[in-house]
Design a protein around this ligand. Structure first.
Ligand SMILES: [Zn+2]
Length: 721
């Protein structure tokens, strides 16, 4: 594989990461000082960033940035300028390097520097020279030569005028791809390293700053951002936003289209296209405020003011994204109320874990996802009961073990601390380990503490200690051991088989899993039914009678189908009996259930239910409900059916999804038949996005491929960002 052209500094060790908190905040990222003897693992190698700006983002403190953009739907273009307020913190800095992308065209750059007098005013702008260098297949390096007058400790203001079109972060939807089908819509998706195609930035979670924005749009378009709206000027059609707290670049997000809202509570509001809104309101009701209150009780005040949600059309590439003040969530999830609940609570939990306290490097995504998953389950335990929460956990841990069986226990992607080679796309490591192994580690720490409420208090204080900063694992662990000196005294970090070092840098399954027996009343019937179907051929109807699937909740049915999928292929007689028992019932249930049943149909080549597969793929146009089924069709004997369905439906698919499916059906680099040709689309930020470029990424890509063919679907891997 061709490695990216990177500056040598990318390969150098880094001793520290600069403070990323509010202006004036002390550096808090190197938690290694005062590390207790016999405590947690020693200082790990400094993280390798996958950012072009890594060569010098430590040379500046970013105070604030402002975006001033005009959206042009006719040509699918955003144009305007970015203003960066920066303080050089290292002497002799002559170059500013920002992450950028080939889809972003820089028009001019200027800079204001402090005057020569003692005042703090900035002089007239001077034009700067710049160049764009290739960096990786997901970005480029924008190097800006600074004027000689730049001085350490004195703010400069750099303005970049630019235009951006349809890079990985910016998704333009023609009216046909929206739910209402009458007006276009555009949204951005920054996670993990896509926002460099939205605006030039330090595209690393280690750097945070406040931001503001002015966005001008055509008549009839409403703009929302991951910030508070401060004003709206009707004659100019300009929306203004302000995010007063420091956030990393990946949490800057925008959506613009035909959007309407309904208030759910004093600080929560649901936004959607008008045709979706009643359904969204009906499904959420007052739940958001209730879940928020439960989370606040456990983890302290919600810091972001607004807690709104916007439902996006099926082209949204993931399930949900925890953008501050405004969670982005796919409308398709409205079909499955239990999944909607889990996803919304998960995104709310990111308000504390991930957004307030952020992983400083993508190599330790578990600090966001593992902690958010733990917090999500603490909230659902309170709000929906222990049994339900344990059941949901079992579904996900099942998927984790399935993935491990496929990958092998020594696969490096199963580590909580992965090691990036420069240029590896961090999006390729969005996997279940960051969520579920991370969750198990946090559960283990809670178990060590011995009192779940005391552990809640620890998490509350952890947020208070590190809020608006970016941390590494060592910060979290050191804080844990300082918080519980008796555990430090007992050398819990060194317990054989459960060493913290093993948790963080060991591959394989979690060394500990929490006790989920509280879910037994819901889980045991599922297991009993699975056993019945797989031990007799087919089971006697009288023995099936006690199992009333229509009374089960979604996660029970999903667990049943997942476990039957694990045992596929099944004897033909069993598939036939399963179909006559449940097919009609599943037709009336939600898409999460249907897709699993249809995966069974495909993997067992059960032709009588093939019309149901066709109907499903004609109805659903989201990545999460199409890709897994296409993958199964392609892997089996039904590939020609997949091609036929693709031909019939491709015009209603987003170009990025179309490209993913084309690659699935025709192979990478192979052109589809002329009648299937579609325009090229930018790489997507999902697991199938780009060609592997290193052994680790290859492993991740293999994981994706394995996922495709053996019972782990994208929806499991990429459930929530
Ligand atoms: Zn998440």
């Amino acid at each position: 594989m061709e490695l990216p052209q990177t500056p040598t500094s990318l390969c150098c060790c880094r001793k520290s990461i600069p403070g990323s908190g509010p202006p004036g905040a002390p550096n808090r990222l190197s938690g290694n000082q005062n590390r207790p003897q016999g405590g947690p693992p020693g200082p790990r190698s400094p993280p390798l960033e996958d950012v072009a700006s890594a060569s010098n983002f430590r040379a500046f403190r970013l105070l604030h940035f402002h975006l001033d953009l005009r959206l042009n739907f006719a040509v699918k273009e955003m144009s305007g300028w970015l203003v960066l307020d920066l303080v050089p913190v290292q002497p002799g800095v002559q170059t500013l390097v920002l992450d950028s992308h080939p889809s972003l065209l820089v028009r001019s750059i200027d800079c204001k520097v402090p005057g020569t007098g003692t005042g703090t005013g900035l002089e007239e702008p001077v034009s700067l020279t710049y160049r764009v260098d290739p960096f990786t297949d997901y970005g480029s390096a924008l190097s800006i030569s600074l004027p000689p007058a730049v001085r350490t400790g004195r703010m400069i203001r750099v303005t970049v005028r630019y235009t951006t079109t349809d890079g990985p972060a910016v998704w333009w939807l023609d009216p046909d791809l929206t739910c209402g089908r009458s007006r276009p819509l555009v949204f951005t998706q920054g996670h993990s390293v896509c926002n460099r195609s939205f605006f030039p930035c330090f595209d690393t979670p280690a750097v945070k700053s406040s931001y503001s924005a002015s966005v001008r749009v055509p008549d009839g378009v409403t703009v929302l951002m991951s910030a508070s709206r401060t004003s709206y000027s009707q004659p100019d059609r300009v929306f203004q936003f302000s995010m007063e707290f420091p956030v990393p670049s990946y949490l800057v997000a925008l959506v613009a289209g035909d959007l309407d809202h309904v208030d759910l509570g004093p600080r929560s509001r649901v936004w959607a296209e008008p045709c979706l809104l009643p359904c969204a309101v009906k499904n959420l009701g007052g739940s958001v405020e209730r879940w928020l209150a439960v989370a606040e009780e456990m983890f302290g005040p919600y810091l972001w003011g607004r807690c709104d949600l916007v439902f996006l059309p099926p082209s949204f590439p993931i399930v949900a994204m925890e953008n501050p003040c405004l969670t982005f969530i796919i409308a398709s999830i409205l079909e499955s109320s239990d999944f909607l609940l889990i996803d919304v609570v998960h995104e709310i939990s990111h308000g504390w874990f991930g957004n307030a306290v952020t992983n400083a490097t993508w190599e330790e995504m578990w600090l966001s996802e593992g902690l958010a998953t733990y917090a999500q389950r603490r909230v659902t335990s309170q709000a929906c009961g222990e049994a339900f929460t344990c059941l949901e956990t079992v579904v996900r841990l099942d998927a984790l073990h399935r993935q491990l069986r496929l990958l092998g226990e020594d696969n490096p992607v199963s580590k909580l601390q992965v090691k990036f080679e420069p240029g590896v796309n961090p999006s390729s490591l969005m996997n279940l380990f960051t969520y579920e192994k991370g969750f198990c580690f946090v559960s283990y720490l809670s178990e060590l503490c011995g009192d779940v409420k005391r552990f809640d208090q620890f998490l509350r204080d952890y947020i208070q200690e590190f809020k608006f900063q970016s941390v590494v694992s060592q910060d979290f662990i050191s804080y844990f051991l300082r918080y519980f000196p008796e555990l430090q005294e007992a050398a819990v970090a060194e317990r054989e088989g459960l060493e913290f070092e093993r948790w963080l840098s060991g591959s394989g399954p979690p060394p500990f899993e929490p006790d989920l027996s509280a879910g037994q009343s819901l889980i045991q019937p599922v297991q009993d039914l699975c056993d019945l179907w797989t031990t007799s051929d087919p089971p006697d109807p009288s023995r099936l009678r006690p199992f009333d699937l229509s009374a089960w909740n979604t996660f029970q049915v999903v667990l049943f189908l997942d476990r039957m999928l694990d045992r596929s292929p099944l004897p033909p007689g069993v598939m036939s009996s399963l179909s006559s028992c449940y097919s009609t019932l599943f037709d009336g249930l939600n898409a999460e259930v249907q897709i699993r049943w249809l995966q069974m149909v495909v993997r067992n080549s059960f032709y009588p239910d093939l019309p149901r597969v066709r109907a499903f793929l004609h109805k659903h146009t989201s990545r999460m409900y199409t890709v897994p089924l296409y993958e199964d069709l392609v892997a089996g004997v039904m590939k020609c059916v997949a091609m036929e369905i693709f031909c019939q439906t491709q015009r209603r698919l987003h170009p990025n999804l179309r490209r993913t499916l084309q690659q699935l059906l025709f192979g990478p680099g192979l052109a589809p038949p002329p009648d299937l040709a579609t325009p090229p689309a930018p790489a997507t930020p999902t697991l199938n996005g780009s060609a592997p470029s290193s052994p680790l990424e290859t492993a991740a890509a293999m994981a994706t491929a394995a996922t495709a063919t053996a019972a782990i679907a994208l929806r499991d891997v990429n459930v929530s960002a």
